[in-house]
Design a protein around this ligand. Structure first.
Ligand SMILES: NC(=O)c1ccc[n+]([C@@H]2O[C@H](COP(=O)([O-])OP(=O)(O)OC[C@H]3O[C@@H](n4cnc5c(N)ncnc54)[C@H](O)[C@@H]3O)[C@@H](O)[C@H]2O)c1
Length: 330
């Protein structure tokens, strides 16, 4: 394989534009082509531009491709790339349903094509540092996690609900941090406010190791907030995804609520800021070269979707739902 991999981006909206920019900056990639069915998205394209991605795949010799079309089109575009044998990174969620995700996974495995899913939050430096510290046992046994991912609505999110679109980030990060599967999910949702799907989620997860997690996720809140709190026996970490910050709250040797602790028990942890997409795409290029497995492969991406489907089902049933056992799990 050449020193610089020949890459393309299919879907030049908000996320695809970022992929194209980052590939243009990475020294071992050459962005050769981009595609979008809306030709207005191809004005000032940073590489050869195609209105039809089939033509791009037929005419370009590619080493890797990013797929950043709306989620309901992931299946179709991913299968076309796999058919051509091109290593692919599919934006998250991998597909609109577990069944579609499994079709992508099966096709990639059958053809031996490297496949990565764009669960970018694993590349957030605050999450990387948090994982390192949890693995080192800094807060002892983890007991509880709380994810908040709320903000205003953007029109581009219209083809799936917020549980699949946004909560899959938090489900994936929680699974990654714990190295453990969700066994039970329960949820309440708001539907039909901004989309015909879920617009807001309050969810509860129980992991196999007994850790409990909560998810407050919506695109209805005017202020954008993305945080994860992890409570353990000896203290709590709070990660802020947007600021790439991590704080540690010490429970002290003998936790005692009175007198109340002041700010002295809070430590800001040094986190070296990096663009998560740059980390993700650099790793994907190594996967495309066959040097390492994907940071997040199909099995992990599907596991997150399985939990998302259980949450949606729980809200519809008004009851807790057992999460089916998958390949990545038990
Ligand atoms: N990793 C993240 O944090 C993150 C953030 C935003 C979006 N995403 C994901 O990225 C994907 C795209 O989201 P977005 O916000 O960029 O959407 P978007 O609407 O801004 O862009 C999608 C683009 O795909 C084009 N498109 C649609 N169908 C196509 C087809 N068949 N062939 C070629 N182009 C086609 C559209 O014209 C549009 O320009 C979604 O799966 C979304 O979940 C991930």
């Amino acid at each position: 394989m050449a020193d610089r991999l020949r890459v393309a981006v299919i879907g030049m909206g908000v996320m695809g534009g970022n992929h194209a920019r980052v590939y243009s900056e990475l020294p071992d990639a050459e962005l050769v082509a981009v595609a979008d069915c809306d030709e207005s998205r191809l004005n000032d394209a940073p590489a050869r531009a195609y209105g039809d991605y089939h033509r791009l795949l037929a005419e370009e010799h590619l080493d890797a491709v990013s797929i950043a079309v709306p989620t309901r089109s992931h299946l179709e575009v991913a299968l076309a790339c796999i058919e051509r044998g091109v290593p692919l990174l599919v934006e998250k969620p991998l597909a609109a349903s577990v069944a579609e995700g499994e079709r992508i996974q099966a096709a990639a495995e059958a053809r031996g094509v490297p496949l990565a899913a764009g669960h970018i939050e694993r590349c957030n430096p605050a999450v990387v540092e948090l994982k390192r510290r949890l693995d080192a046992g800094e807060i002892g046994r983890v007991l509880q996690m709380r994810a908040v991912r709320v903000g205003p609505f953007h029109q581009r999110h219209r083809d799936i609900g917020v549980v699949h679109d946004l909560a899959t980030h938090d489900i994936d990060v929680m699974r990654h941090l714990l190295g453990c599967e969700v066994e039970r999910a329960r949820a309440e949702t708001q539907r039909g406010v901004r989309t015909e799907f879920e617009d807001a989620l309050l969810g509860l997860l129980r992991f196999e190791n007994g850790v409990i997690g909560s998810l407050e996720v919506n695109w209805l809140t005017p202020v954008k907030q993305r945080t994860l709190a992890v409570v353990g026996e000896n203290g709590m970490f709070v990660a802020d995804y947007i600021r790439q910050e991590l704080r540690f709250y010490d429970s002290g040797p003998d936790p005692d609520p009175s007198p109340p602790k002041d700010a002295a028990n809070v430590t800001a942890i040094d986190v070296e800021r990096q663009e998560p997409l740059r980390v993700e795409l650099a790793a994907f290029l190594r996967t495309a070269r066959g040097l390492e497995p994907p940071l997040v492969g199909a099995a992990d991406a599907i596991a997150a979707m399985r939990v998302a489907e259980a949450l949606v089902e729980s809200a519809q049933l008004g009851d807790a739902v057992q999460v089916p056992v998958g390949e990545a799990g038990r």
